[in-house]
Ligand binder design. Structure first.
Ligand SMILES: [Zn+2]
Length: 81
């Protein structure tokens, strides 16, 4: 959730998605179908980059949910080790 790379890649994908949508808009007016195709490739690339990273990231950055909820309660009383 707090991974910077995830956020960066998500942003990149979002940007590319918007660019693709724009290109599709122009394509529908017959301006350039080619650029829409390129944008689509760009978008898919960004998507697979994000997916690739996530498959590693989920493993590296994963925090057990039980641990975080326990930490909230632990702040109210001393933790028994
Ligand atoms: Zn990540």
């Amino acid at each position: 959730m707090d991974c910077l790379i995830c956020r960066e890649l998500e942003q990149k994908l979002e940007t590319r998605r918007m660019q693709f949508a724009e290109a599709c808009c122009s394509a529908s007016y017959g301006v350039s179908t080619k650029s829409a195709a390129y944008r689509n490739v760009d978008m898919e690339q960004a998507r697979s980059e994000l997916q690739d990273h996530r498959s590693v990231c989920a493993y590296l950055c994963r925090k057990p949910p039980a641990l975080t909820t326990r930490a909230v309660h632990a702040s109210r009383r001393p933790v028994a080790a």
